[in-house]
Design a protein around this ligand. Structure first.
Ligand code: ADP
Length: 484
C-alpha cells in the first residue's frame, strides 16, 4: 500500500463521461514500481470501443463547455489547481512510486504541473480576437478565436503529471474537451489528476482518461473525425507515426518529440555555475528528460578543470529508491532504458572515450545505474546523434565558436540548447545561431509555465505553456461584415 493521506487518489479504473469504469473485456495492465519491481496497482486495458465512447462523451461535453464564459472556465481550472496543490504530497508519492524519481523532484513536478493549470486559469479569460482595418470602406474585418473541439493527448512516463496539465489546462481554458491516454508505465498520476478534476466540478465527459494499449487507443483517437486535435509528447519515431495516422483527418497537431541538447561551456564561463547547470540539466530525473543535456562541449582551456569539477559533483549524487530520504537519483524507468545507456557507454569506450566515473549498473540492482561521465567524446559516438535518456554525460572538447556551433547544430533534432559565457556579444551570437526552440543562457533549467516550450526540426511542432500555448487549441474565424 502506498502511504497516502487520501487513499481515494489511487484510482484503478479509467474515467469516461464522469464514470469510473473497467475495460469491457475485464483486461488489466499491471503498474510496477521501477525501484523494486513491486506491483502497485492494476488499471484497465481499455479497448477501441471504450475509446469511441470516450470521444463521443467528450464531443457532447465540449458542445456545452464552449458556451461557458472564459471566466466560468477559469473558476473551475483554479479549483483544479488548488486541489492539485492541496494534494501535492500524495500525488508526489504516487508519481515516485510508479516513475521512480526522488520524492523531492516529484513534489517539484506536481508544483510545476499545477503551475500550468494556474497559468491557463488566467489565460482562459484572454481568448482575444482581433479587429483589422479594412481595405474596403464598406467592410469590417473581425477575427474570433474559437475552440478547436475535442482534443486527444498522448503523454509519456518521464513527467507523468506535468505533460498532462501542459496539454489539458490550455485545452480546457480554450473551450475544448479532452481524451487522454497516459503512458502505461505511469497511469496512476493521470487517473489521480482526473479524479481531482472531477472533485473540482468539471462536467462529465470534459476530461476522459483512458489507460491501455497505446497502439489500439491511438488508432481510434487518430482515425476519429470528431477528434480535431492531437497533442503528443514522446519519441520522434512515434510522433512521426501519429502524424501519418492523423493525415487522413487533417488533424491539428502539437508534437513535443526527442531532443539531443548541446550544452556548451565557453572558457570565460563561471565554471562552478556551469557545473551546477550541467548537473541539473543532465542528471535531473536520472537524465530522462527530452531537454536533458546530451552532448556537453567544453572549450579547451577549461576542459580538464570543468571535467574534474563535474566528476566531483556527479560522485556526490545519491542513487537510491526515490522514496528514501536523501536520494537524488532514482532508478531508470525499465531494463530497456538501462540497456540503451550501456550501449552508449560501450560504444564510446570502444571508440576512444575516457571513463571518468560510473559506467556500470548500480550495486542496488534492478534499473539503478551509476551516474557516468565520459571524456574525449567524438562525433562518431552514438550519443552524438541519439538521445541517451539516462545518466551519462559525454564531454566533447572544442577550440572555437564556429566549430562548436557547427557541431551543436549537426543534429536532426532542435529542442533545447544551453551555453555558459559571460560575454554579452557572444551570448547573442550563440543564442541566435543555435538551431533549437529553447536556449538556456547561463542556466540549465528552462522549463516553467511562462516560457514557450517546444522544438524545431524533428523535435516537433507547436509550443506548450506560455501565452502561445492556448493558440494550439484555438482556431481563428474571420468575419467579414459587408454592405456597411
Ligand atoms: P518513450 O520512449 O518516452 O516511452 P514513446 O514515444 O514510446 O516514448 O511513448 C510516449 C507515449 O506514446 C506513451 O504514452 C506511449 O504509450 C505512446 N505510444 C507509443 N507507441 C504508440 C503508438 N503506436 N500509437 C500511439 N501512442 C503510442
Amino acid at each position: 500500500m502506498l502511504p497516502l493521506h487520501n487513499p481515494a487518489l489511487l484510482r484503478q479504473q479509467a474515467l469516461i463521461n464522469g464514470q469510473w469504469l473497467d475495460a469491457d473485456d475485464g483486461q488489466h495492465l499491471a503498474v510496477h514500481k521501477p525501484a523494486n519491481g513491486e506491483l502497485i496497482a492494476r488499471v484497465p486495458a481499455m479497448g477501441q470501443a471504450e475509446t469511441r465512447r470516450a470521444i463521443t462523451a467528450a464531443a457532447a461535453a465540449q458542445a456545452q463547455w464552449k458556451l461557458q464564459t472564459g471566466k466560468a472556465r477559469s473558476v473551475l481550472l483554479r479549483r483544479w489547481y488548488e486541489l492539485i496543490m492541496a494534494n501535492q504530497q500524495d500525488l508526489a508519492v504516487i508519481l515516485t512510486s510508479e516513475q521512480g524519481k526522488p520524492l523531492s523532484e516529484a513534489r517539484g513536478e506536481i508544483a510545476y504541473a499545477a503551475s500550468f493549470v494556474d497559468w491557463f486559469a488566467d489565460e482562459a479569460k484572454r481568448g482575444y480576437g482581433d479587429v483589422a482595418p479594412s481595405p474596403q470602406a464598406d467592410k469590417r474585418i473581425v477575427v474570433l478565436k474559437q475552440p478547436v473541439g475535442v482534443a486527444a493527448a498522448i503523454t509519456p512516463w518521464n513527467f507523468p503529471a506535468a505533460m498532462i496539465t501542459r496539454k489539458a489546462a490550455p485545452a480546457f481554458a480554450a473551450g475544448c474537451a479532452m481524451v487522454l491516454k497516459p503512458a502505461s508505465q505511469t497511469p496512476l498520476t493521470a487517473l489521480a489528476l482526473g479524479w481531482l478534476a472531477e472533485q473540482a466540478g468539471f462536467p462529465a465527459g470534459l476530461f476522459n482518461v483512458l489507460t491501455g494499449s497505446a497502439t489500439l487507443i491511438g488508432e481510434v483517437l487518430t482515425a476519429s473525425p470528431l477528434v480535431r486535435k492531437l497533442s503528443f509528447t514522446g519519441s520522434t519515431e512515434v510522433g512521426r507515426q501519429l502524424m501519418a495516422q492523423s493525415a487522413p483527418t487533417i488533424k491539428k497537431l502539437s508534437l513535443e518529440l526527442g531532443g539531443n541538447a548541446p550544452f556548451i561551456v565557453f572558457e570565460d564561463a563561471d565554471l562552478d555555475a556551469a557545473v551546477e547547470g550541467a548537473m541539473v540539466s543532465k542528471f535531473r530525473n536520472a537524465g530522462q528528460t527530452c531537454v536533458c543535456a546530451n552532448r556537453i562541449y567544453v572549450q579547451r582551456a577549461v576542459y580538464e578543470r570543468f571535467a574534474a569539477k563535474l566528476v566531483a559533483a556527479v560522485q556526490a549524487l545519491q542513487v537510491g529508491d526515490g522514496m528514501a530520504p536523501g536520494s537524488t537519483q532514482g532508478p531508470l524507468i525499465d531494463a530497456r532504458a538501462v540497456a540503451k545507456v550501456e550501449e552508449h557507454i560501450a560504444d564510446a569506450l570502444a571508440k576512444g572515450g575516457r571513463l571518468l566515473c560510473g559506467g556500470q549498473r548500480h550495486a542496488l540492482g534492478g534499473s539503478f545505474f551509476e551516474p557516468t561521465v565520459i571524456a574525449d567524446a567524438s562525433p562518431a559516438m552514438l550519443f552524438a546523434r541519439e538521445e541517451t535518456f539516462g545518466p551519462l554525460a559525454p564531454l566533447f572538447c572544442f577550440d572555437d565558436i564556429d566549430e562548436v556551433i557547427r557541431a551543436a547544430n549537426d543534429s536532426e533534432f532542435g529542442l533545447a540548447g544551453y551555453f555558459y559565457s559571460r560575454d554579452l556579444a557572444r551570448a547573442w551570437q550563440v543564442a541566435e545561431q543555435l538551431e533549437c526552440g529553447m536556449v538556456g543562457i547561463n542556466t540549465g533549467l528552462i522549463s516553467n509555465e511562462v516560457g514557450p516550450f517546444g522544438g524545431i526540426k524533428q523535435s516537433g511542432l507547436g509550443r506548450e505553456g506560455s501565452r502561445y500555448g492556448m493558440d494550439e487549441y484555438l482556431e481563428s474565424k474571420y468575419l467579414c461584415f459587408g454592405g456597411l
